[in-house]
Unconditional design. Structure first.
Ligand code: PXP
Length: 247
């Protein structure tokens, strides 16, 4: 079965909306693990707009599955990763002001920087993954860098079926085929294959069924659903706190 890594960044986004102490992404991570998540992912962005350095430190102490740190391959963030030692580091491109990661790494243009970051992290015993678009030349370039794993960007796939997948739809099948072909190519080159970005309860299954994909990273849709499925209980608990008797 394909494993699930849960990205808890947006728990911190809610916290930062009020610059408060809750909700705590570490508590969310532990609940995700209790529910069966195989790993926890956070993105320590250079602008620290959601996850902070101290969150990563506390996650490192608490997560008992695997901690995957998404990060730009900059000297500052590589230094933090070397100090905090996540199990895995996923190198991603970062553009100031972007709403979310916009695409995969430009492995060809930035080979030297990516290779240097990957080497330092790898030498410290951290498994390195590259977040890349599902394109043949990018996969070849990633294999040349010598990392053990890649995460295929499913954003274009997800955008072709935001609501319910229409497996007969042309856009769906084009983007799906790209991901499936990339997974075969990467696995054939000896890379472990992960995937993620934009996946939802509605469109996840075709991707999780791709045999070469060993793990998915999913964040926004899980946190969105958690807010809604937890709403009724949260309101009941507030009413109880105000003295109402539970129904
Ligand atoms: N993988 C990578 C590399 C990402 O940057 C993100 C978003 O932080 C995800 C997976 C998860 O994407 P989503 O939040 O859309 O599920």
């Amino acid at each position: 079965m394909t494993k699930l890594g849960v990205n808890v960044d947006h728990v911190a986004t809610v916290r930062e909306a009020r610059q408060a102490i809750e909700p705590d992404p570490v508590a969310a991570a532990l609940l995700a693990e209790l529910a069966g998540a195989h790993g926890i992912t956070v993105h320590l962005r250079q602008d620290r707009r959601h996850i902070k350095d101290d969150d990563v430190r506390r996650l490192r102490e608490s997560v008992t599955t695997r901690l995957n740190l998404e990060m730009a391959p900059t000297d500052e963030i590589v230094g933090i990763a070397l100090r905090l030692r996540p199990d895995q580091a996923t190198l991603v491109p970062e553009r100031e002001g972007e709403v979310t990661t916009e695409g995969g790494l430009d492995v060809m243009q930035n080979a030297a920087r990516i290779e240097s970051a990957a080497r330092k992290l790898g030498e410290a015993g951290i498994q390195v993954s590259l977040f890349i678009d599902p394109r043949p030349e990018i996969i070849e370039a990633s294999a040349r860098i010598g990392v053990p794993m890649v995460e295929l960007n499913t954003r274009a796939y997800s955008e072709t079926c935001p609501r319910s997948p229409d497996p007969a739809g042309r856009a769906f099948s084009e983007e799906f085929t790209k991901v499936a072909a990339a997974a075969r190519q990467a696995a054939g080159l000896g890379l472990q294959v992960l995937a993620g970005h934009g996946l939802t309860y509605r469109n996840v299954r075709p991707i999780s069924d791709i045999p070469q994909i060993v793990e998915l990273n999913i964040g926004h849709n899980i946190i969105s659903r958690a807010v809604l499925v937890g709403m009724e209980r949260a309101v009941r608990e507030m009413l109880e706190a105000m003295g109402y008797r539970s129904a």
